[in-house]
Design a protein around this ligand. Structure first.
Ligand SMILES: Nc1ncnc2c1ncn2[C@@H]1O[C@H](COP(=O)(O)OP(=O)(O)OP(=O)(O)O)[C@@H](O)[C@H]1O
Ligand SMILES: *[C@@H]1O[C@H](CO)[C@@H](O)[C@H](O)[C@H]1NC(C)=O
Length: 267
C-alpha cells in the first residue's frame, strides 16, 4: 500500500493518494452447523457471496473515509471478476489498474517501492523467511500478533510481548513497526522512538472481528495520505476507533464505516 499527501504537494483531481497493491477475492460463505467430514455432503442454512481479499478490504476502508484510491490487482475474466470490478466502482475506487485475466485468479501480493511515496506494508499471510528487503524498504510495517510471531519466532500474547517483537523487527531495519492486538488496540515502535508504546482501544461489544485488521490498515493509509502532520500515535488512536466500529457489525466490507457515519473529530 502506498500513500502520499504531504502538505504543499499538489495532486491533480484524478490522481490517487492511496494506492493498494493486493488481492481481490470473492468470498463464498456457507453457514452450517458443523464442518463436513472428507467427502461428506451436509445441509447449509444460509449462503452468501461477499467481497473480500486483504488488499481490496484495505482500499475500501480508505475510500469510505474519503481517500482518493486506486486498486492494483488482477481478477479473473469471469462473472466474479466482473462483479468485483463493479464493487470497486461502487466504492469510488479507481479501476484503471484493475485487470481481468483468463488465467486462474492469483492471490499473491507484491509491493512496488517508489521513493516519492510512503509505503505501508502488511505482511499477510506471513512467512518466516520474508525477503529482508521488505523490512528496510517499507516506511510503516504493520502486522498482527500471529504475523509478528511467525516473523520473529517470539510468542506474542500481550502488549509487552508485542513491544519485544517490534524491537526485533526494528533491528531488522523497519523504520516504524505497528503490531495490532485485537481488543487490546496496538503497539508502536520506531527507529526514532525506540521505546514501545501501547495504544489501547475502547472496549466494544464485538459482533464479528473478521476484517478488523484490514479496516485498521485502510484507515491508517487514509491518515498517512490525508493527515500527514498528525503524530503517529494520534493516527493509531483514530485507526483503532474506526476498526472498533467495524467489529460491531457482521461481515467484512459490509461492516466498514463511511466518513458520514463517524464522529467529525476523526477528520
Ligand atoms: N474486540 C475488539 N474491540 C475493539 N477493537 C478491536 C477489536 N478487535 C479488533 N479491534 C481493532 O482492530 C485492530 C486490528 O485487529 P486485529 O489485531 O485482530 O487484526 P487482525 O488479526 O489482522 O484481524 P482479522 O484477521 O480478524 O481481520 C485492532 O488493533 C483494534 O484497533
Ligand atoms: C492475523 O492475520 C492472519 C492473516 O495473515 C490471520 O490468519 C490470523 O488469524 C490473524 N491473527 C489474529 C490473532 O487475528
Amino acid at each position: 500500500m502506498a500513500a502520499s499527501g504531504e502538505p504543499g504537494r499538489q495532486w491533480q483531481e484524478e490522481v490517487a493518494a492511496v494506492v493498494v497493491v493486493g488481492s481481490c477475492m470473492t468470498d463464498l460463505v456457507s453457514l452450517t452447523s458443523r464442518l463436513p467430514k472428507t467427502g461428506e455432503t451436509i445441509h447449509g442454512h444460509k449462503f452468501f457471496i461477499g467481497f473480500g481479499g486483504k488488499g481490496a478490504n484495505q482500499c475500501v476502508q480508505a475510500a469510505r473515509l474519503g481517500a482518493k484510491t486506486s486498486m492494483v490487482c488482477k481478477v479473473g475474466k469471469d462473472s466474479f471478476g466482473k462483479d468485483y470490478i463493479e464493487n470497486l466502482k461502487q466504492n469510488d475506487i479507481s479501476t484503471e489498474f484493475t485487470y481481468q485475466t483468463q488465467d486462474a485468479a492469483t492471490g499473491t501480493a507484491s509491493i512496488i517501492v517508489n521513493n516519492e511515496v510512503k509505503t505501508l506494508f502488511n505482511p499477510a499471510p506471513a512467512v518466516a523467511d520474508l525477503d529482508p528487503r521488505f523490512y528496510t524498504l517499507s516506511d510503516v510495517f504493520c502486522c498482527n500478533e500471529t504475523e509478528a510471531e511467525i516473523l520473529t519466532g517470539l510468542a506474542v500474547g500481550s502488549p509487552a510481548d508485542a513491544g519485544q517483537a517490534a524491537q526485533v523487527l526494528v533491528e531488522r531495519g523497519c523504520h516504524v513497526v505497528i503490531v495490532t492486538l485485537g481488543a487490546e488496540g496496538c503497539v508502536m515502535l520506531s527507529q526514532t522512538e525506540p521505546v514501545p508504546k501501547h495504544i489501547p482501544t475502547e472496549k466494544v461489544k464485538a459482533v464479528d472481528t473478521t476484517g478488523a485488521g484490514d479496516s485498521f490498515v485502510g484507515a491508517l493509509a487514509f491518515y498517512l495520505a490525508y493527515y500527514p502532520s498528525l503524530s503517529l500515535e494520534e493516527m493509531l488512536k483514530r485507526s483503532n476507533f474506526i476498526a472498533a466500529v467495524s467489529v460491531r457489525a457482521a461481515g467484512t466490507q459490509s461492516s466498514y464505516p463511511y466518513k458520514k457515519d463517524l464522529p467529525l473529530d476523526l477528520f
